[in-house]
Design a binder for this molecule. Structure first.
Ligand code: GAL
Length: 977
């Protein structure tokens, strides 16, 4: 915001503003942690809620994984979108594997700069729930455990000495970063989550030791835990006893992960009501389902439907009132991308969109609107931070159910109204017999289908008294000497709102239709209306200040944005996103996104408005707002990807290939829980090759009578391996995986490959070449090593009775990364990867020119395609670009896609339904040259897919995005050979 540009304004206005020195002196500031950076605070808690400096706070967090968005400037985009939705906190896992390629080696720079991430959270004004594990699950490879940990003896997630040394070292690196960003040090870290769903095979001493380490490292905020399972065999909640934390929390995924059945009967995995685990700590919904992994691999649209607006409305609201929880973390707010080999293979493919409120391409959804309505409401009623369960008003229709809570100090009441049968899709009306704080009332209510409403009674809104309403409150603010209250209800539905005045006020309906009655005995002003568009009512007299009552349809309510500034709240109607606001004297300085041109209405108590540094031409409205118009985005033009070059590799399959520089695979013992079926041990991790593809070459003297190559390889789910003998391709097979192992499969990933006559000759050397994909490492959910330490690579290899001597080759450098910028998860051991074919600047001039990969065909093995393209996206605009693979989804091949050297995903009909791959700005140079490299791994002769760039969303606005440092071939390969 340093370069202030003034556009499209009359010179007089500009001069007036500049003269006042308002623009030049502006700073960006937001309420919450942002304005508290240099101030130390205390954090405490009791039965009801957490408190900061003794002030109660309802924690409204959503989960965010920085490691799934490798473009740090875009972290700010997502965090601002969280803040704009009314979240006041972000919950963040820290992925040990992402930072540590080798024991004792850590990287917190570039896309791993979590210090910068925490600074951003502070600037945006979000508290942080920090979750450094050591184990995190999260559908990341190894559940966050680096694969080198598989080689460390002793059970992970226990007090075993080897594991203890390793995890204490990780915490010793991450904790101090978190500690210096704590609220207690003027930062934003508010809670510290120890371990993850540590509920089976538990070791209390380990749980205790994590906390002692955190304390020793300077963590002084409350420590939390997230309990996953209430079954008797998964009973450790860490609420009491050895290893107990201060604020135990509970994870709830009531709607399951069954995206294949998005219209499932609700709550197949439970009620979704967060349990109270301790009397002296608040109820904490540590992970509350806000989307789903796509376990059935049907596409995330169905996951978003499974956990759609109806689900979000019903389950979240019911949980708020039924459980009395005052700390929430919705999992996920934005899912992101399993780029490279980041994902855990059993549950996910490249996209981790999660059906979340914000899509993988950072677009806002209808679910986002629902979260915004709920979050704004929670912010609007501070009384909800301290409530007890009370007897609910009785409905005169048994189809309608009520649950209620009240604040024991203010008396404010909150009543949840739903269908008694949550699967009912009918419409029912009822009258509630309600003893509200300000009197006894008969309240008409209506429930449509899966609707859930939280009605309030007896709350103060600025200078006003809301007696009750059967519309829902969204927000209230006092701006420019006027109270504003925004309530909403479904379009077409009648509503009533009752306010109290000592004398009859003057009521002016500014927009829409409403009638009022005033009861001089009680002082109740009752306003009756039918929700339609936006009804505006000005009420003056009777109280101070005057009130602007806004009665919106539920959809219209979502068009409102609120930002809190040190000078008070700012309310905006219109635009697709209000990123931030600040107020300086007479100017409201907004940052907003638009996806089409349209009106913007601003309540800021100022005479002038800047939007994205440009003066907004406005006029005053009778509502006390300033009304202007904002332009939409410019058209986006993307280049065609039409000039490709191709080359084939797979030299490893040829008998004459020189593998003398490869690692000899000759171990006879292993730490893996699964003993090898033949020796030597051929597990890739045992030789320091942890991610991506691995090559094996086995040499033996043939007897001439060999007829079959028998192998088994474990790849993780959806992985594959390919086999050549003396340069002849024998075929491919699916690799073994965790599910096979869980099911007790005797020979996971088994493949028999017939040897064609004439392939080997008696007494002559023969070479067996095997390419094994490693799809990523299993997690350790069961804390017993069996899943997590399941090996990757060959488990057995026999060719008749031959004595085979082996060599293995994986990613160049093994644990010693030649490309630390992109990190350990970016590449494996394909010949082209080792030679830097994926990198910008690789000299591909000698490769064959083709118009498209789809205009070629390839033999089994690995072929590469490269192209460069220039992009010039409209400036001041946030355009999300994707790579789309076209043609019929075919099986038998998989494509690794590298953008400017970054592995942005794996496309294959055999892996998942995904055809569009997000290219995050920053990795994508928005103004300049870019390079794509595609590695096509074919199991048989195939025609690869065509590829094109697509727009996944574009808005005027956005955040400034710097190109992510992307070292090229000369830096990564040529200079380090
Ligand atoms: C939870 C776990 C998270 C994540 C989630 C499913 O049980 O704590 O890390 O795995 O399930 O997406």
């Amino acid at each position: 915001m340093e370069n202030v540009r003034i556009r499209a304004a009359s010179m007089a206005t500009v001069a007036a503003i500049l003269l006042a020195g308002l623009v030049a002196s502006k700073t960006t500031a937001a309420a919450g942690p942002a304005d508290e950076q240099t101030t130390r605070h205390t954090v405490s808690y009791d039965h009801y809620s957490a408190m900061i400096d003794g002030r109660r706070v309802v924690i409204r967090a959503a989960e965010f994984h920085y490691f799934r968005l490798p473009s740090p400037d875009l972290w700010a985009d997502v965090l601002e979108k969280y803040k704009a939705a009314g979240f006041n906190a972000v919950s963040i896992y820290f992925d040990w594997a992402y930072h540590s390629p080798a024991p004792g080696v850590y990287d917190f720079t570039g896309v791993r700069d979590v210090d910068e991430l925490l600074r951003m959270a502070e600037q945006v004004g979000l508290y942080v729930i920090a979750r450094p594990g050591p184990y995190i699950n999260a559908e990341v490879s190894g559940g966050g455990f680096p694969a080198w940990l598989k080689e460390v003896p002793g059970r992970a997630r226990s007090s075993a000495p080897g594991y203890t040394v390793a995890y204490q070292d990780w915490l010793g690196h991450i904790d101090p970063i978190l500690a210096r960003h704590q609220v207690t040090n003027g930062g934003s870290v508010l809670l510290y989550n120890a371990e993850n769903e540590y509920a089976v095979n538990t070791d209390a001493a380990y749980m205790q030791a994590i906390q002692e380490k955190a304390r020793a490292d300077g963590i002084d905020v409350p420590i939390t835990a997230n309990d996953c399972c209430d079954a008797a065999s998964w009973s450790s909640t860490w609420a009491t006893g050895a290893g107990a934390v201060q604020i135990p929390g509970v994870d709830d995924y009531a709607q399951s992960f069954d995206c294949a059945n998005p219209t499932t009967t609700w709550g197949p995995w439970g009620e979704g009501v967060t349990e109270r685990l301790r009397d002296d700590a608040p109820v904490f919904a540590a992970e509350y389902q806000a989307g789903s992994i796509d376990q059935p691999r049907v596409g995330y649209d169905q996951c978003r439907e499974l956990t759609g607006v109806d689900y979000t409305r019903f389950f979240n609201k019911r949980n708020v009132i039924t459980s009395g929880a005052t700390a929430f973390n919705y999992y996920m707010g934005f899912g992101g991308t399993n780029w490279g080999w980041l994902g855990q293979p059993n549950d996910v493919y490249t996209s981790y969109d999660y059906g979340a409120p914000i899509t993988e391409s950072r677009q806002l959804t209808a679910k986002y609107d629902e979260f915004k309505r709920q979050n704004y409401f929670l912010q609007a009623v501070p009384s909800i931070a301290k409530t007890d369960s009370i007897t609910a008003p009785v409905a005169d229709n048994p189809a309608v159910a009520t649950v209620a809570r009240a604040n024991p100090d203010t008396g404010a009441q909150f009543v949840l109204v739903t269908h008694a049968d949550r699967n009912s899709t009918s419409t029912d009306t009822a009258t509630l017999d309600w003893s509200a704080p300000d009197g006894h009332y008969s309240l008409p209510v209506r429930v449509d289908s899966h609707d859930a409403r939280i009605l309030v009674a007896g709350v103060d809104l600025g200078g006003q008294r809301l007696v009750w309403s059967n519309s829902e409150l969204m927000t209230d603010a006092t701006i420019g000497g006027r109270d504003i209250a925004l309530l909403h209800g479904p379009a077409g539905e009648s509503g009533s709102t009752v306010l109290r005045y000592s004398s009859e006020p003057a009521v002016h309906v500014l927009d829409g239709a409403a009638t009022t009655t005033y009861d001089a005995t009680t002082g109740d002003l009752r306003i009756n209306y039918v929700h339609s568009g936006l009804i505006r009512i000005a009420i003056t007299g009777g109280r101070r200040p005057p009130l602007l009552l806004l009665l919106a349809t539920t959809d219209q309510a979502a068009r409102f944005w609120r930002a809190d500034t040190p000078s008070g709240p700012v309310l905006v109607h219109g635009t697709e996103l209000l990123r931030s606001a600040s107020v300086h004297g007479g100017v409201a300085d907004l940052r907003a996104d638009t996806s089409q041109s349209g009106p913007i209405e601003v309540w800021a108590g100022t005479g002038h408005v800047l939007v994205n540094d440009a003066v907004l031409t406005t006029r005053q409205t009778p509502s006390g707002s300033l009304l202007g118009n904002l332009g939409g985005p410019k058209a986006v033009r993307l280049p065609a990807l039409s000039a490709w070059r191709t080359a084939r590799e797979t030299p490893e399959a040829q008998p004459g290939f020189d593998d003398s520089g490869w690692t000899a695979a000759d171990h006879t013992t292993t730490t893996a829980p699964l003993p090898p079926k033949t020796l030597p041990v051929l597990y890739a991790d045992d030789y320091g090759y942890h991610y991506g593809n691995v090559w094996y070459r086995g040499h033996f003297t043939a007897s001439g009578s060999e007829s079959t190559v028998s192998l088994n390889a474990i790849t993780g789910l959806k992985g594959v391996y390919l086999v050549w003998l003396n340069g002849r391709y024998l075929g491919s097979a699916a690799g073994g995986n965790e599910a096979d192992a869980d099911a007790g499969a005797p020979d996971p990933g088994h493949g028999d490959f017939a040897i064609p006559p004439g392939t080997v000759h008696a007494g002559q050397l023969a070479t067996l070449s095997v390419l094994v994909e490693n799809m990523g490492h299993n997690d350790d959910w069961t804390a017993d090593d069996n899943r997590f330490k399941q090996p990757r690579g060959l488990v057995a290899a026999t060719v008749g009775g031959a004595q085979i001597s082996w060599r293995i080759q994986g990613a160049r450098g093994g644990e010693n990364l030649p490309d630390p910028t992109r990190g350990p998860l970016n590449v494996g051991g394909l010949d082209g990867e080792r030679a830097g074919w994926y990198l910008p600047d690789f000299p591909d001039g000698g490769w064959q020119s083709v118009s498209s990969p789809a205009a070629t065909s390839v033999d089994p093995g690995v072929s590469w395609y490269r192209t460069t393209f220039d992009v010039d996206l409209p400036r001041g605009q946030d355009t999300s670009v994707g790579l789309h693979f076209d043609g019929p989804p075919a099986s038998g091949y998989r494509v690794l896609a590298f953008l400017n050297g970054w592995n942005v995903g794996q496309y294959s009909a055999d892996v998942g339904p995904q055809r569009d791959f997000v290219l995050p700005a920053g990795l994508l140079r928005e103004h300049g040259g870019n390079t794509f490299a595609l590695a096509v791994l074919a199991e048989h002769g195939v025609t690869p897919p065509g590829a094109e760039l697509v727009v996944m969303g574009t808005q005027r606005g956005g955040v400034p995005v710097n190109p992510v440092h992307s070292p090229g071939y000369h830096e990564v390969v040529a200079a380090t050979r």
